[in-house]
Write a protein that binds this ligand. Structure first.
Ligand SMILES: Cc1cc2nc3c(=O)[nH]c(=O)nc-3n(C[C@H](O)[C@H](O)[C@H](O)COP(=O)(O)O)c2cc1C
Length: 384
């Protein structure tokens, strides 16, 4: 069984696995230049990430196919259902951790408890659950509901949901829970994770309700953002709220970065500019509308800011940490960020993903190891 990283001075490095031709930069050129998402390509990517030494893979997930332009051009599409993809990838990897997303709002805790217990047992402790409540209005109809549950109430549901899942994992005797949202009695069939080494819980809540959820339940918080202050503020808020929830351990922080690595100075930045200038405007409006609100409000924002600026902001990952440069430059940025942001983990997207692009990260990891902030797989027994 995998353990948890015992040394906070060591970073774990997650790879944002392709769940679409593009994920963070909705560039038509990136969608064209990345390999088609087939079984073989997905297996090759997982095995390449493991061979390079990444600690974990992060599998995002959403349910609804209402975003027609994005689907047509491959922006955040196609997406395999994350826990099922995780199971397939566990069969072809040996040590890499896999964080898979699963939504709470329209499901039952026993589904996740059973699914997670199986993934945890089969992978020998390599599975983590990225808890999301879901935010997309069109998603609700798939589950027979007429409207999305209000934001903070979704987190209240997720709080109760997660408490039930943890109890089903941990308790050896039948539970009898009569909560506000969930009524659960009985005992989960083996395998159960038990109290020692339950699956890692990850969350990306950035709102006050989201942070409060993370402070109570999560082990790791993934955050978009491009300044140290965002990460430091989240960390101190998590510490404060964690104490209120009676926690003695700390919630780790994982900034979400985007990276292009090239051998010669300036080449990675040029590549990024090419991608930023080929962001698909219609897809950016669709995807941003999902994240920020309705399409009309996002179109207004596009008008107000100016189209080019809005596309850059929303479609070119300007709100994420940028790791563009030579291997030395990227390693220096990560080492500096580790010091200034006190991050515990780092999640990286490679917009021009392929096994060869991942291999470009090998010399970066070597430098991080030399700097004493990262441990290679053969010398660790943890994924996070
Ligand atoms: C790195 C990262 C990955 C995310 N992955 C997903 C995902 O796969 N599915 C999803 O529905 N939401 C995903 N989200 C969105 C979060 O669940 C959440 O809605 C968002 O961070 C806003 O948090 P808030 O509602 O607390 O403000 C992700 C967010 C981040 C930063």
């Amino acid at each position: 069984m995998k353990e948890r990283n015992p040394d906070p001075s060591k970073l774990s490095i997650g790879y944002f696995f392709p769940q679409g031709q593009t994920d963070l930069i909705w560039s038509d050129e990136a969608a064209r230049r990345t390999p088609p998402i087939t079984r073989k390509v997905l297996i090759d990517m997982a095995q390449a990430a493991e061979a390079v030494g990444f600690d974990s893979l992060f599998l995002a997930d959403t349910w609804s196919g209402h975003q027609r332009v994005s689907e047509q051009f491959g922006h955040m599409s196609p997406k395999h259902h994350a826990p099922l993809l995780a199971m397939g990838l566990f069969g072809v990897t040996e040590h890499i951790g896999i964080i898979s997303t699963f939504h709470t709002t329209f499901h039952q805790p026993a589904h996740v408890a059973r699914m997670g217990a199986t993934l945890h047992s089969f992978s020998e402790g390599r599975w983590a659950w990225n808890v999301v409540t879901g935010y997309s209005e069109p998603e609700v109809g798939l589950f027979g509901a007429s409207s999305m549950v209000e934001h903070d109430e979704r987190y209240a549901m997720a709080d109760e949901f997660t408490s039930v899942v943890k109890r089903l994992w941990e308790e050896t005797e039948p539970v009898d829970i009569d909560g506000k949202y969930y009524r659960v009695t009985g005992r989960l069939k083996e395998p159960r994770p038990g109290t020692a080494g339950r699956p890692l819980i990850v969350n990306a809540g950035a709102s006050p309700a989201g942070l409060n959820y993370a402070a109570k339940h999560a082990d790791l918080l993934v955050l978009a953002g491009n300044t140290d202050q965002i990460f430091l503020d989240a960390k101190s808020e998590l510490d404060r709220l964690g104490k209120e929830h009676g926690r003695t351990d700390k919630v780790g922080i994982s900034p979400w970065a985007v990276s292009i690595i090239r051998d010669n100075e300036g080449e990675a930045e040029e590549e990024y500019e090419r991608l930023a200038s080929t962001v698909n405007e219609a897809a950016a409006i669709e995807l941003a509308a999902d994240i920020l609100g309705n399409i009309d409000s996002v179109k207004k924002m596009f008008d107000k800011m100016g189209k080019d600026e809005a596309i850059r902001l929303l479609g070119a990952a300007t709100v994420n940490i940028h790791l563009m440069g030579t291997p030395d430059q990227v390693a220096e940025k990560i080492i500096a960020l580790k010091g200034s942001s006190e991050m515990d983990s780092l999640l990286i997207s490679f917009p021009l993903w392929s096994p060869q692009e991942l291999a470009r990260f090998t010399p970066v990891l070597q430098r991080l190891q030399d700097a004493g902030i990262w441990t290679p797989p053969e010398k660790r027994n943890y994924s996070w």
